[in-house]
Design a protein. Structure first.
Lengths: 255, 280
């Protein structure tokens, strides 16, 4: 287990996301082990750790995309049967998607509605309204007809966030969503995160930007092979904890 | 004008025209997804591999179309079952299965005849297509288009973002399997017309051409079909005038490749400025 710090908020409130003793191995290589934490509704949590520490693996395991030991529950229900997984929205690193694919921003957001439908159904007018509404909420009502290559990096992230909104996800996992995004866009994204959190959505945002983590999050999880620390940014980003997480005290890796 | 209509005074040319149009519509509709999912190699292997089924059916005196369909299904099942092998991936496996099926087909057919039939299966016999073939092709083709239309949203989700698709309840593997089955259908439809080898032409070239200059899926599919039909008909007419109807399938393939080359060059300036996207 990691260094036990003040567990802000998460203890008294009911957990929307509960991770117990989670472990992931690729072949013989153990990537993560013994990760345990709870997240309350409306929490905005930064997940920090160096590149290769297992942040993405943690998110994928939570979504049931990789085999893992331990348990993950969402809203108290054991995860990873199809229906419950859809309460999670996973926004992968942006270079993962094929931006040349012939799909517009509006169509991408509309795919968030698929969980409410069946394979043989076409999207209904209500679905289209919900998708339009979601795009408007992230401030992108005007780009519905644009292809993905015609969007800026920040706009693309917001389009994916709109898909999570259309999906009505209760937990949103963002993997390095903010790397390579400029300052004003980062500020806009955090305004959006705050709005979502205010409505009860739980957000986990992976980053290796420690300065940003210190300023922007109420709670941070430090990950490197396991959960090294869990608490307020000031406590998690203290020198001795950083040393355990990054290997070298206070040295954020260059990006 | 006369040059265009003259070939179709002959009934066998009218049948050839219809067969070409059917392939020109169906293959690009399926092929749009083959191109987007980067499965062109699989299509090629499927086209070659089905010759095994054709050979077996020919030797046993069965319907060769059913034989090809059977071989296509066997290929599809083997590919899906074996492609989980991480050391090889599916790419090498596709080539192994495709060439093995092709070799088996060649061996069986050439033991039975002098090579006339073999070349018919390989390059089609567009000018001897019968009304019965046309009816079968039209029915299979219509079925394939209905399946694509019904699965349109599932295909798009599974192709663009298979992780999100799976989380949302899309049966990604099943969608992939259905598409492979449709590939087999296209190969079968092409068997009597452009032949097994050149069926890949109609499957891949028109959608690949359309991909160069379209932005939406509907536009890509629409253009692919328009190109497939136009290139098919143009190739047929051209082969009639150039060589009295010899090698229509090869002519169609070259016309399609020529159109692709022109589109590639014309769209080059548009694709060049690939610098960084503007920040928000």
């Amino acid at each position: 287990m990691g260094i036990d710090l003040d567990n802000v908020g998460a203890v008294s409130e009911p957990a929307v996301l509960q991770v117990e003793d989670l472990g992931v191995a690729y072949g013989h290589r153990q990537i993560l082990s013994g990760v345990t934490f709870r997240a309350a509704p409306g929490e905005l949590i930064g997940v920090i750790g160096p590149n290769g520490a297992g942040k993405s693996t943690l998110f994928k395991a939570i979504c049931g995309l990789v085999n893992h030991t331990g348990t993950v529950t969402v809203n108290g229900v054991h995860c990873h049967d199809r229906t419950e997984r859809m309460d999670l929205a996973y926004i992968a690193q942006r270079n993962d998607s094929d931006l040349a694919f012939p799909i517009t921003a509006g169509e991408l957001v509309l795919t968030g509605r698929r969980r409410f439908s069946a394979w043989y159904r076409r999207p209904t007018p209500d679905d289209r309204d919900a998708a339009c509404h979601a795009l408007a909420e992230v401030g992108l009502a005007g780009v519905a007809d644009r292809g993905l290559l015609e969007l800026s990096g920040g706009q693309l992230q917001r389009v994916y966030l709109a898909r999570a909104l259309a999906q009505e996800a209760t937990v949103v996992l963002l993997d390095e969503a903010l790397s390579g995004v400029d300052q004003p866009t980062t500020a806009e994204m955090f305004e959006l995160f705050a709005q979502l959190a205010g409505r009860g959505t739980t957000l986990l945002v992976a980053t290796h930007d420690l300065a940003m983590a210190r300023r922007r999050f109420g709670r941070c999880l430090a990950i490197n092979g396991t959960l090294r620390a869990d608490g307020t940014p000031d406590a998690v980003l203290a020198a001795d904890v950083l040393d355990a997480t990054f290997g070298t005290a206070g040295h954020a890796p260059a990006h | 004008m006369r040059l265009l209509t003259e070939p179709f005074q002959l009934e066998f040319m009218r049948r050839a025209l219809l067969a070409t149009i059917i392939v020109g519509i169906v293959a690009p509709v399926v092929g749009t997804w083959v191109v987007l999912r980067r499965m062109a190699n699989l299509g090629d292997a499927m086209a070659h591999g089905t010759l095994a089924g054709v050979g077996v059916a020919y030797a046993a005196g069965f319907n060769v179309v059913l034989g090809a369909l059977g071989a296509g299904v066997v290929m599809a099942v083997l590919l899906l079952a074996l492609s989980a092998n991480r050391r090889l991936g599916s790419e090498a496996l596709i080539a192994v299965l495709g060439t093995a099926g092709f070799a088996a087909g060649v061996l069986i057919i050439s033991r039975l005849d002098s090579g006339v039939e073999l070349s018919h299966f390989l390059f089609g016999q567009l000018l001897t297509v019968g009304w019965g073939d046309l009816a079968v092709n039209a029915a299979l083709g219509a079925g394939a288009i209905v399946v694509i239309a019904v699965l349109f949203h599932e295909l798009r989700m599974a192709t663009f973002d298979h992780v999100h698709a799976e989380q949302s309840g899309v049966h990604v593997e099943l969608v992939h399997g259905v598409l492979i089955a449709l590939l087999a259908v296209v190969v079968v439809i092409s068997l009597r017309t452009v032949g097994t080898i050149l069926s890949v032409t109609m499957l891949v070239t028109p959608p690949a051409t359309a991909r160069l200059f379209t932005r939406t899926l509907r536009a890509m599919t629409g253009w692919a079909v328009a190109l497939g039909v136009a290139e098919g008909v143009a190739g047929l007419i051209l082969s009639y005038h150039l060589s009295g109807g010899a090698a229509p399938a090869a002519t169609i393939a070259l016309v399609a490749a020529g159109v692709f080359a022109v589109a590639f060059v014309l769209t080059l300036p548009r694709r060049q400025p690939h610098h960084h996207r503007p920040l928000a």
